[in-house]
Unconditional design. Structure first.
Length: 77
């Protein structure tokens, strides 16, 4: 669904005859290699499908965070 919307957006920009169209993206594989396939907060191994790329508000850098660190569950007594 997102690819269809992006293609429609790019086609609209191309119809305006702009010279250069740049789409801002980030390379997820580079982030994973820098973090050595580990969570940026708890340093546990990242499992496929159970992590998310987030932007740190302080450093403005993208990081991969495991699902355990994303959702804080309070222990019951």
């Amino acid at each position: 669904m997102a690819n269809i919307e992006m293609n429609n957006y790019l086609n609209t920009l191309k119809s305006k005859k702009l010279k250069d169209i740049k789409v801002a993206t980030f390379n997820r594989t580079e982030i994973m290699k820098k973090q050595d396939n580990k969570c940026s907060k708890c340093k546990k191994d990242l499992r496929a499908g159970y992590y998310k790329f987030v932007k740190d508000p302080k450093t403005k850098k993208r990081e991969a965070v495991c699902s355990d660190c994303l959702v804080h569950v309070v222990e019951r007594k």
